[in-house]
Ligand binder design. Structure first.
Ligand SMILES: *[C@@H]1O[C@H](CO)[C@@H](O)[C@H](O)[C@H]1NC(C)=O
Ligand SMILES: [Fe+2]
Length: 219
């Protein structure tokens, strides 16, 4: 029994000794002068720059704001006074997507070791729209604003934070989707403009969306 303990102790000492030797060799091979390079310590060297953290928190709130705006539209068009269930479905879907976007920012902030702070979400100001076209035009304005904000954050990530991971996240998870979502909304606006101020035309398009004969992805 004693000999096993002794043997293990000797083994551990030898093993850790050789580990240190390997790490020493490694560090001095990286740094010939033995001056600049030091072994990693338990600090996060990839913490978010404060400027970028502030912007990401703002974007998390903006995406949630967008989600509530679309929720308000979904409610309005589905309501007893309007009854456009197809468009209500589209706006509901958009609302859920924006909620997911906000979640993505929350998860990203956490991934980078920061905290989200308390929510500060601007409530939607508008509660009714005379025509679906008016709501779609509002949606286009909002998506343009959101896209410009993402591009602005990307610029700050590049110039101020020098953060390629954040730049990559914004490019891969947001820019492309923003561009294609604006494109679809613009096509929907053109379609709605083509019927003029005609409630029956709007009803027919709504019915096609509701029955799944028409979908935004196919426009
Ligand atoms: C909440 O957001 C608004 C608009 O972005 C900003 O002006 C205000 O200072 C924020 N409030 C807090 C407590 O962060
Ligand atoms: Fe979004």
């Amino acid at each position: 029994m004693n000999s096993i303990v002794l043997f293990s102790a000797i083994f551990l000492l030898t093993f850790s000794g050789s580990c240190l030797a390997i790490l020493d060799a490694f560090s001095s091979s990286l740094d010939g002068s033995n001056g600049g390079y030091s072994l990693p310590k338990s600090v996060n060297n990839y913490e978010l720059h404060d400027s970028c953290l502030i912007e990401l928190r703002k974007q998390m709130n903006l995406e949630k704001h967008a989600s509530l705006v679309y929720k308000q539209m979904a409610f309005h068009f589905g309501s007893v006074k309007v009854v456009r269930p197809g468009f209500a479905k589209i706006f509901e879907h958009h609302s859920n997507e924006e909620h997911e976007h906000s979640n993505k920012f929350i998860k990203y902030i956490d991934l980078r070791g920061a905290t989200i702070d308390s929510f500060n979400i601007t409530m939607p100001q508008k509660t009714s729209w005379t025509r679906v076209l008016e709501a779609v035009e509002d949606a286009i304005d909002l998506e343009h604003y959101v896209t410009n904000e993402i591009i602005r954050i990307h610029r700050i990530a590049e110039k101020t934070c020098k953060d390629i991971h954040l730049m990559n996240f914004l490019e891969n998870d947001f820019i492309d989707e923003q561009i294609s979502s604006i494109n679809k909304l613009m096509k929907l606006a053109t379609l709605l403009r083509s019927i003029g101020n005609d409630g029956y035309g709007e009803y027919l398009i709504d019915r096609d969306f509701f029955n799944g004969k028409l979908s935004l992805d196919e426009l």
